[in-house]
Ligand binder design. Sequence first.
Ligand SMILES: C[S@@+](CC[C@H](N)C(=O)[O-])C[C@H]1O[C@@H](n2cnc3c(N)ncnc32)[C@H](O)[C@@H]1O
Ligand code: SF4
Length: 336
Amino acid sequence: MLQDIYNRPLKDLRISVTDRCNFRCTYCIPFDEYEWIDKKEILTFEEIARLANLFVQLGVDKLRLTGGEPLLRRDLEKLISKLSSLNGLEDLCLTTNGSLLAEKVSALKSAGLRRINVSLDTLNPEKFARIRRRGDLAKVLEGLFAAKLYGLHPIKINAVIERGVNDDNIIDLVEFSRKNGFAIRFIEYMDVGNSNNWTSEKLVSKKEILEIIDARYPLREVGRDKGSAPSVDYQFIDGGDLGVIASVTEPFCSSCSRARLTADGKLVTCLFSATGHDLKKLLRNGATDEEIIEIISGIWRKRTDRYSDERLEAMNSADGYRAKDHKKIEMISLGG
Ligand SMILES: C[S@@+](CC[C@H](N)C(=O)[O-])C[C@H]1O[C@@H](n2cnc3c(N)ncnc32)[C@H](O)[C@@H]1O
Ligand code: SF4
């Protein structure tokens, strides 16, 4: 089995299908304009499917499509259809801001999409406008309920919690999810990219999030799915589940089996990496499958990333941690 320096296998590939987005979330990309990737540099569906197939041969059994906003990529269902038939793939899912979901869900489901994560950080329309800076809460909710109607299951809600911004919405989000049968995942605010001005004061820790919820709806811990999922899962004592992704306060680097492919074909081995490895050049210069597999394997075998572990060590040290000292690829290019 292919393993990196710390014996972590390659199991999970997140594919960004576009860096474009119709939102400008403050925690992700607080600029109106950005240096978008030139369209001709974006991988075609054929190129993505070829690489995905090679990754599956190397042991990947889970693919997640992301972006930017993946539903902005025209005819995405054609890619889903190619990927859903890959031999050896156990899980195919999509992370979306939900704005275009209502109109696309039927085609996505028919193409073989199995489940979906929708980002939703507040149920308050004014706060939604402040956080996401574009788009409309009503369209996101319409998308969520359309996904439910079409039987995508489980439907997970991703909520990033930022202190002083939406930490007072945690219980609303829990109640909304419980009432409607959605599984909610709270995400600690992370210092992804270089532009969101992250500081540790803006972080609401997993511990705080759980204390708020447990006081109203008692929980019991279930653990990480397959022992390596980013989310630590909990069950409400009276039924239903919830998860928290605590990349900052409880890093899970030691079990991280995730690779990322940017929309322009760079293989990135950590969410907090500064650079990627150009696979598009290989594809477009006529490399054979065997050659590409050899190169990906070589990259993975040398992988030493443990950024979140190192960040926590720095946060706990006398010198502290300054997010600005570390240049990273922007989240909008990486896809989370
Ligand atoms: C980059 S987005 C791409 C997919 C899609 N546009 C969406 O918003 O779901 C993927 C996930 O990253 C999360 N995210 C973005 N910036 C983040 C940050 N600074 N900290 C934690 N999560 C973040 C988003 O909330 C979303 O759930
Ligand atoms: S990629 Fe997702 S998280 Fe980033 S700005 Fe767009 S909708 Fe927001």
